[in-house]
Ligand binder design. Structure first.
Ligand code: SAM
Length: 274
């Protein structure tokens, strides 16, 4: 599994280069993109190219396992960054492992980690969420599912949906949380902008250039992360409140979770008023 640059071709590591040059086969998302990695120095890889994308991954996984069984070295790359991270690759890894074949990491660029490293955020944890759903309601549901996670949230986004996604992040998470928009990392127009979510749509709409290119969106962790016990009691209460009045739900939750009844009741009232 060979990581390739997310923009700047200089980020191809020496080990990635020699792995690609020495492989018998290169499984690549778009073979034209992968060939460009070598175009600059004229050192063409000796291996044959094998197209591997979301639509043929299962079929190609079988073929790759056969090649590996025959003793071939297969390097797997995606168009950019680390394969199998919001990219094809995991199906092949599982098939190879299931067949008892070794899989090795040749690590390198990854847009999410690059964005975190230049963000200046210092969350005690972060949650990589990948791409949000494309349509409004499903997108807002997906955001709601991570709203209370006590961690920074990391999303990938395309220029076509950046404004809609940021608007939905603000609606669901609230305007106070800090967002970092990391755009075109390692490329000519690299930019990193930080602001409260409430200001982000206006900032994006202020200049068409701010909406161009590839984005990583980081939302800082909630200001007051709920105590882990509270989060657990809340999960139980949400279910109970669908069936019971607040006082009864608090009584059952306090017994199930081993927390004082008044604490459960306070949380139940807060949940009901949301
Ligand atoms: N496997 C890749 C990785 O390791 O980061 C991610 C592939 S995913 C299909 C592509 C998305 O990653 C883009 O839509 C964008 O959200 C993010 N991305 C990739 N390159 C980027 C860059 N140079 N700057 C900002 N985001 C980038």
């Amino acid at each position: 599994m060979v990581a390739t640059p997310i923009g700047n071709l200089g980020d191809l590591s020496p080990r990635a280069r020699s792995t690609l040059e020495g492989a018998d086969w290169i499984a690549a998302e778009d073979t034209r993109v992968t060939r460009k990695l070598f175009a600059a120095d004229g050192n063409a890889p000796r291996g044959r190219m094998l197209p591997l994308h979301a639509h043929n991954e299962h079929a190609q996984a079988e073929r790759i396992v056969e090649l590996l069984r025959g003793g071939a070295i297969v390097a797997l790359v995606s168009d950019a960054g680390t394969p199998a991270i919001s990219d094809p690759g995991a199906v092949v890894v599982r098939a190879a492992r299931a067949a008892g074949l070794p899989v090795f990491a040749v690590p390198g660029p990854n847009a999410a980690i690059a964005a975190l490293s230049v963000s200046g955020l210092q969350p005690h944890a972060f949650l990589f969420c990948g791409f949000l759903p494309a349509t409004g309601e499903r997108r807002r549901t997906a955001i709601e599912s991570v709203r209370r996670v006590p961690a920074a949230l990391v999303f990938y986004e395309s220029p076509h949906r950046i404004v809609d996604s940021v608007a939905d992040l603000c609606t669901v998470l609230g305007g106070e949380r800090t967002v970092v928009l990391a755009r075109e990392l390692t490329k000519l127009f690299e930019s990193v902008h930080q602001c409260p979510l409430a200001d982000a749509v206006a900032w994006l709409e202020g200049d068409a250039d701010r909406r161009r290119g590839e984005f990583v969106l980081l939302v800082d962790e909630p200001a007051e992360a709920p105590a882990p016990e509270d989060a657990q009691v809340e999960r139980v209460l949400v279910e109970l409140l669908a069936e019971l009045p607040a006082s009864r739900a608090a009584h059952v939750a306090s017994r199930l979770c081993g927390v004082p009844r008044d604490q459960a009741y306070r949380l139940a009232l807060a949940l009901k008023s949301r």
